[in-house]
Design a binder for this molecule. Sequence first.
Ligand SMILES: CC(=O)N[C@H]1[C@@H](OP(=O)(O)OP(=O)(O)OC[C@H]2O[C@@H](n3ccc(=O)[nH]c3=O)[C@H](O)[C@@H]2O)O[C@H](CO)[C@@H](O)[C@@H]1O
Ligand SMILES: C=C(OP(=O)(O)O)C(=O)O
Length: 428
Amino acid sequence: MQKMLIEGGHTLNGMVRISGAKNSAVALLPASILADSPVTLEGLPEISDVHTLGDLLEEIGGQVSYNGQAMTINPENMVAMPLPNGKVKKLRASYYFMGAMLGKFNKAVIGLPGGCYLGPRPIDQHIKGFEALGAEVTNEQGAIYLRAKELRGARIYLDVVSVGATINIMLAAVKAKGKTIIENAAKEPEIIDVATLLTNMGAKIKGVGTDVIRIEGVPTLHGCKHTIIPDRIEAGTYAIAAAAQGEEVIIDNVITRHIESLLAKLREMGVSIEESDEQLLIRPQRQLKSVDIKTLVYPGFPTDLQQPFTSLLTRATGTGVLIDTIYSARLKHIDELRRMNATIKVEGGSVIVSGPAQLEGAKVKASDLRAGASLIVAGLMANGITEITGLEHIDRGYENITEKLIGLGARVWREEMTEKEVIQFQNS
Ligand SMILES: CC(=O)N[C@H]1[C@@H](OP(=O)(O)OP(=O)(O)OC[C@H]2O[C@@H](n3ccc(=O)[nH]c3=O)[C@H](O)[C@@H]2O)O[C@H](CO)[C@@H](O)[C@@H]1O
Ligand SMILES: C=C(OP(=O)(O)O)C(=O)O
């Protein structure tokens, strides 16, 4: 088990290249189950979630071959193997095996997913969608059993706008008989990416990117090649790090439109941002102004950037209030930031950050993926050394983060934890 060490205070300069989007990759891989011939996905990020899903595809009989950042999945010998336990619990996106296997085999057994604990993360809207399509769904000892004689298109209104439910229902509906309409659908770019893959596989989908998606079921889907979109959350994290500790940082391979809500806030704080085709040039002013943030569904400010943004606010002058309307309990980074000398209050659902504070290096724990990103941003700004444990969360979603930060001039490295540190970590 490793820890990350950051010697703070070094200025970031240069260029960082953004990898393929985690939240697309984790849906595209299960989507390949629906094809009857090989699917090649290009530009996948080298993160643990991708490897876990590759292993799960193999567990159900898929042939998976890696070629650099491309993966080819041959689904010809896949079977409706139950996956009640094991690797499905290591990540959130294993829930996409429900929609994809239901679409392909009319049945599936999938253990309830893991992933970041952000407060309760129900999947009732996924289940409501599967039931509307004709599946019988039961929860037996922590695994979801789905069975259908056949899937039939239906009209489904989502009670909450959900990325996962929108994608999962799409996966099940593309092969259902007749027409499915998903109303109050989510509009995140990753949903468009998944729909693009499915369309290239032969699915008939209209309206993605709006809140009404129309799907006409088809009997078979075929293999194809697809290149994944860049990761807007990774790009946003580096943009925040650049605003916090950068001089001139270029972020390469980014669809800037995907992070307009973040860029608007950074500009409001006094960060100069130049946008070109696939790049951002970020130049912060020495003094940043505080701003308020409310996370919303896309195209609003993403909840996945709320935690790293909290760290940035500690360096701004004034008081900034953050409200996470998607996951109000996504607050595990706050105590750790306080350990580093941040002045943060939590009142009701509001996180109130007073700055500027000079952060101090400390031993801190990443309890989830974006809490990890938040602590890295804080470590880059802090005096002295910050030691971060819980790297398994960070490695679920950030490709080569140590190397990418070193490339920007940060002093970051990893060390093996001693036995004593591992025990302390496990008991904390
Ligand atoms: C693998 C993946 O893509 N993860 C992302 C996805 O998670 P995920 O797909 O799990 O998040 P959702 O968009 O589904 O959740 C949005 C909100 O709806 C609620 N909800 C969701 C489903 C449901 O059946 N019932 C229900 O009440 C959730 O508790 C949450 O408050 O979108 C989140 C919100 O942008 C991001 O933080 C995650 O990074
Ligand atoms: C919450 C996240 O991931 P997951 O849904 O995979 O837990 C995230 O990417 O910030």
